[in-house]
Design a protein around this ligand. Sequence first.
Ligand SMILES: C=CC1=C(C)c2cc3[nH]c(cc4nc(cc5[nH]c(cc1n2)c(C)c5CCC(=O)O)C(CCC(=O)O)=C4C)c(C)c3C=C
Ligand SMILES: [Fe+2]
Ligand SMILES: [Fe+2]
Length: 310
Amino acid sequence: MKMKTNKALVLLNMGGARSKDELKTFLTNMFNDRNILTIKCGFFRGLVASMIVKSRLNSAWKNYEEIGSETPLHKLTEKLVDKLNANLEGYKTYQVMRYTAPFASDVIKQMEEDGIDDITILPLYPQFSTTTTKSSLEDFELYSDDKFTTKIIKTFYKNEKFNNCIVNEIMSQTDTPKEYNLIFSAHGLPQKIVDAGDPYEKQMNEHVEILSNMLKEKGYEFNSVSLAYQSKVGPLKWLEPSLDDALVDFKDKNVIIYPLAFIVDNSETDFELDLEYREIAEEIGVGDYKVCKCVNDSDEFIEAIKDIIK
Ligand SMILES: C=CC1=C(C)c2cc3[nH]c(cc4nc(cc5[nH]c(cc1n2)c(C)c5CCC(=O)O)C(CCC(=O)O)=C4C)c(C)c3C=C
Ligand SMILES: [Fe+2]
Ligand SMILES: [Fe+2]
């Protein structure tokens, strides 16, 4: 018989679209988020948000249609939660999404009904960004008040077990690393967010350094290792180099892409990296183009989570 627990692990993530209606919800909530669209006046932000949603909805939905009309993010997160509930002793695991259901307010109500009073919050973002980690934590805290004794894991890009998951996935792609160029692809950010103090770029550089050293220590020497940024949206300057520009250097060469900002696969990996950037790579004349899977609900990542929260 399982012991009743008052402790919970709460996974936070962004959410994603499982229908066109939900894509509208996702985009509306995202562009009304002050951490994403940094316009101070709420009314004006709402106005700009509704204009962006209107102009973006149909074209963005076409992308989802190419991956089966839904993000894989929710199903993969549900599998991760189920696996943690089966394997992580002493905790009940919950998931909360920032822009689509399950929303913080509903999950917190459920947690209270379940008698939870002690929580560990793990935002599923290895590196801290105001646009992701801070936004998700603020949203959760808006509804949780001081209902729970709380521990927060703000980053985990330095965790060795987690990094071993990444390194093993990269190494499984080839036995001849000298013939490949490894590109870590991170979700981009507007440069002005970084200039305002967001630590994401710095942590991303550190993460690439850690992983490069781990690969070298294992005798895995790629022809080159680099970092590029994907998914630019809108007219502002974003972090560089963009993945499109980076790929130009690899005409007639082989590349392996690792999506470094994500824990579970989503439309940015399954559509953007696996379909859209693959097409760009083909146009450029890149040779082999391989995209690694995220750590998802792998047994190795479950072990890493146990280590991250201990
Ligand atoms: C306009 C600003 C955006 C910022 C800043 C941004 C940061 C950011 N996003 C992720 C992770 C994901 N983003 C996803 C989708 C997505 N992101 C933006 C915009 C910004 N993201 C948009 C408009 C969209 C919707 C799709 C589109 O219209 O292009 C997703 C996918 C969700 C899914 O359905 O699978 C993820 C995941 C990170 C990690 C990040 C900053 C570090
Ligand atoms: Fe995004
Ligand atoms: Fe994108």
